[in-house]
Design a protein around this ligand. Structure first.
Ligand SMILES: Cc1ncc(COP(=O)(O)O)c(C=O)c1O
Length: 313
């Protein structure tokens, strides 16, 4: 599928396996299912063993990871281990390292966390996963449509994609977030190798394609067409301009809040600004803003008002 080619030609992967799914949740679920099935097949992890019984496969995700990984762990019968974060709310690599065991089947890094927009140390995670021969998934549902373009405007952005030597197995990217596509033009997933799709394939005998690796079966064609149309319309230049404007607005808001004595949780790394007030409890602040017509979300960790500064067409 050529649809996501606009993204640094498929995040620097020569022969990408790309699928457009319903959302980031489905994409993350698919990545973790690929990891689980690979571990069963290649490492005999998670298979029932008559002598030793059964040990539950484990996935290590940052504490900041989207709750879709909780769904994945529940559906796929995995133990979810949440690694600690550092003082900037990026995953602490030492905590990930400490949690690796013989049953680890996947490590997850996030490029643009849901609540704060932080980018985990993907390069270090990728190396760690590679050295330990563990599947490494990058959830770039939020950041995937801005990080590559912000570099065009001189923002220093960490490398988070397949150009990292050997380490990244799959990447989630959501056209219906910063790609500005209509919902549900959901999660795109890009796999590094075909074996990850093969290991999930089930026979679909009555269809023209004889195997299916996706979780959802029959689905809408219209979102794919709409996503294609918006990508033609925006082009790389359009997305870069949008990502840059979102950053300018985020920095403006962060500066203004800082000058008014609000406390920023972190300097915005992407277009999310999270803040608290030294005296007003966050829930009260959210209610006060609602009374003024501003419906804002409250992040869970840390608790703060969270504003995502999106652009438009
Ligand atoms: C980083 C990240 N991953 C996954 C998801 C899930 O995406 P969706 O709601 O499209 O399933 C989100 C949603 O906000 C997200 O921010």
């Amino acid at each position: 599928m050529k649809l996501l080619k606009i993204l640094d030609p498929f995040f620097h992967l020569k022969n990408p396996l790309v699928m457009l799914l319903l959302g980031g949740t489905e994409a993350n679920l698919m990545a973790i299912r690929a990891a689980r099935n690979m571990a069963r097949e290649e490492k005999d992890i998670g298979n029932i063993d008559s002598e030793n019984g059964y040990s539950i496969p484990e996935i290590i995700v940052p504490k900041s990871a989207h709750f879709s990984f909780k769904k994945a762990a529940d559906l796929l019968n995995l133990k979810l281990i949440e690694a600690d974060l550092d003082e900037n709310y990026r995953v602490d690599i030492e905590s990930v390292k400490k949690n690796i065991s013989d049953n680890t089947i996947a490590i997850v890094g996030v490029a643009g966390t849901t609540e704060l927009g932080m980018i985990d140390p993907i390069e270090d995670l990728s190396k760690l996963a590679h050295d330990n021969d563990i599947y490494f998934h990058v959830d770039a549902a939020f950041g995937g449509f801005s990080i590559p373009f912000l570099k065009d405007f001189g923002y220093e952005m960490p490398v988070f994609d397949f150009s990292l030597e050997g380490g990244v197995s799959s990447i989630t990217v959501d056209p219906h977030k910063m790609g500005l596509a209509p919902i549900p033009s959901g999660g795109g997933i890009i796999f590094r190798e075909k074996k990850y799709l093969d290991v999930m394939a089930v026979k679909s005998p009555y269809l023209t394609s004889k195997e299916q690796s996706t979780i959802v079966g029959t689905r809408l064609g219209a979102p794919a067409a709409a996503t294609w149309a918006i990508m033609q319309y925006m082009g790389r230049e359009g997305y870069a301009k949008n990502a840059n404007e979102c950053m300018i607005n985020s920095e403006f808001l962060a500066d203004a809040l800082f000058k008014e004595d609000f406390e920023l949780i972190v300097e915005p790394e992407l277009n999310i600004v999270a803040f608290t007030h030294p005296e007003i409890p966050t829930d009260d602040l959210a209610n006060m803003l609602e009374e003024k017509g501003w419906m804002v979300s409250v992040s869970s960790y840390p608790k703060a008002i969270r504003i995502v500064l999106m652009g438009g067409i």
